[in-house]
Design a protein around this ligand. Structure first.
Ligand SMILES: *[C@@H]1O[C@H](CO)[C@@H](O)[C@H](O)[C@H]1NC(C)=O
Ligand SMILES: *[C@@H]1O[C@H](CO)[C@@H](O)[C@H](O)[C@H]1NC(C)=O
Ligand SMILES: *[C@@H]1O[C@H](CO)[C@@H](O)[C@H](O)[C@H]1NC(C)=O
Ligand SMILES: *[C@@H]1O[C@H](CO)[C@@H](O)[C@H](O)[C@H]1NC(C)=O
Ligand SMILES: *[C@@H]1O[C@H](CO)[C@@H](O)[C@H](O)[C@H]1NC(C)=O
Length: 394
């Protein structure tokens, strides 16, 4: 378990950037009567601390499984012609064994939509090389039928034949939901999607809802905040869904933020959150005081604050994040104090100084999103959320 967490610290923010302005919606949900209510995709937590969906590709269907990456630019899986690939729990996808697989030729709008610095056309096969959240990958662009939960869609995807990834702990690739032409969300043309992550230790499935099945219970508990863009020319993070943090409290204590607040990248790939340094140091202090035990002199990598479980007697406070428009999100201590291993409890948050970003950013990781139902409305450009028992929604 140590290694995947350690890879967090090499979180690469510069990925395939979605600079392509013009694109066509390539795939589409193959709506039939069963799909009237939108689609539901069961997802599960893995030892590598990711949320993963099992699905099939091709005709006849071949099994695959992929990490759900909210900011991921594309859908990709390793393919049989792989020259340099990591171990996965399912057989490599064999395009030659699928009679619905189509290799994307060069020069098509889809191929041309890939930024030229990562596209690599040779022998009329549209290929690419790109950094992803998990590492660098390269492959051919193809199209095939995907059956993901109750969704069936024809999707363009990366048929990966080389990567520098050591392991993803079982999954064969990534399903990106990011703001790019090639993500699952854009390709299926849905106006909204939502997800609700069950507590990682609950042993229950979580769910991703696509299209009209994506809705909150409402009833006065839901809060809403607009998506924002990053101004200035820092890293290109256009693939991320971003919101503006304007207030933060630990229990009753105000946590200082920069005057204009902090832009927060929403993420499901990283299990832990990153806070702008000043806010992080204040949270660290508040949690240390509340827990009332001396922190370990040498925290377990990659964490910065750990306590021996036996000594941690005090009650850590709720963290309340207030986003633009007053939308308040409560993160309970159980969502940020991670029962790690060897009788150790660690703060599942780090300073964003560790990300070496040129912009002052924060990032909300998946552990802090447990038992909150998040709805991404792509028409209204808003994020809505409400507390929920996510074990009951899948
Ligand atoms: C941040 O910069 C330091 C010093 O240059 C480097 O050691 C570290 O690997 C970098 N971290 C990331 C996440 O790039
Ligand atoms: C997903 O697929 C893997 C590999 O085939 C399998 O081991 C696992 O049990 C499946 N998980 C779920 C929740 O379906
Ligand atoms: C493009 O692909 C060819 C053949 O696979 C390879 O030799 C070449 O290095 C690649 N170029 C780039 C820029 O990736
Ligand atoms: C953010 O940028 C995108 C793409 O340039 C644009 O469509 C959108 O309206 C912008 N949103 C805001 C809130 O400025
Ligand atoms: C577990 O903790 C004990 C006491 O702090 C330490 O001696 C031991 O090396 C630790 N084991 C692991 C696997 O981290």
């Amino acid at each position: 378990m140590g290694r995947p967490v350690a890879t967090l610290l090499v979180l690469c923010f510069i990925s395939v950037t979605a600079r392509a302005a013009a694109f066509r919606v390539h795939g589409r949900l193959l709506a039939d009567d069963a799909m009237e209510g939108g689609a539901v995709v069961p997802i599960h937590w893995t030892q590598a601390m990711n949320y993963v969906a099992n699905f099939t590709i091709g005709t006849p269907p071949q099994p695959a499984s992929a990490v759900i990456d909210l900011a991921g630019e594309l859908v990709w899986t390793q393919c049989k012609q792989c020259g340099r690939c990591f171990e996965q729990g399912t057989p490599l996808f064999d395009p030659t064994a699928s009679n619905t697989y189509r290799a994307e030729p060069c020069g098509t709008p889809l191929c041309e939509s890939i930024p030229s610095d990562v596209r690599n056309c040779s022998g009329n096969v549209c290929a690419y090389e790109a950094s992803t959240n998990a590492g660098d990958t390269g492959g051919k662009v193809g199209t095939d039928t995907f059956a993901v939960g109750t969704a069936k869609a024809s999707l363009a995807f990366g048929c990966v034949v080389a990567s520098d990834i050591d392991t993803m702990g079982g999954p064969s690739g990534i399903v990106g939901l990011g703001r790019t032409p090639w993500s699952l969300v854009t390709q299926t043309g849905v106006a909204a999607f939502s997800y609700c992550l069950a507590p990682h230790d609950a042993g229950k499935n979580s769910a991703l809802f696509l299209g009209s099945s994506a809705k909150l219970a409402g009833g006065g508990k839901a809060a809403s905040t607009p998506f924002v863009n990053i101004s200035g020319n820092g890293n290109d993070l256009s693939n991320y869904y971003k919101v503006q943090l304007e207030g933060l409290k630990a229990g009753d204590a105000m946590i200082p933020l920069p005057p204009s607040g902090s832009t927060v990248l929403l993420d499901t790939f990283s299990p832990i959150s990153f806070l702008v340094d000043g806010a992080y140091q204040a949270v660290k202090k508040a949690v240390t005081v509340a827990v009332g035990a001396p922190p370990m002199a040498t925290p377990v990598e990659p964490f910065d604050l750990c306590f021996p479980k036996s000594g941690a007697s005090g009650a850590a406070p709720d963290l309340v994040f207030t986003f633009r428009g007053g939308a308040a999100m409560t993160v309970a201590a159980s969502n940020y104090l991670l029962d790690y291993k060897n009788g150790t409890v660690c703060l599942a948050m780090l300073s964003s100084a560790r990300l070496n970003s040129t912009t002052e950013l924060s990032l909300l990781g998946s552990l802090q999103q447990e038992n909150i139902h998040f709805l991404f409305d792509l028409d209204k450009e808003t994020l809505s959320f409400e507390p929920a028992d996510c074990t009951k929604l899948s």
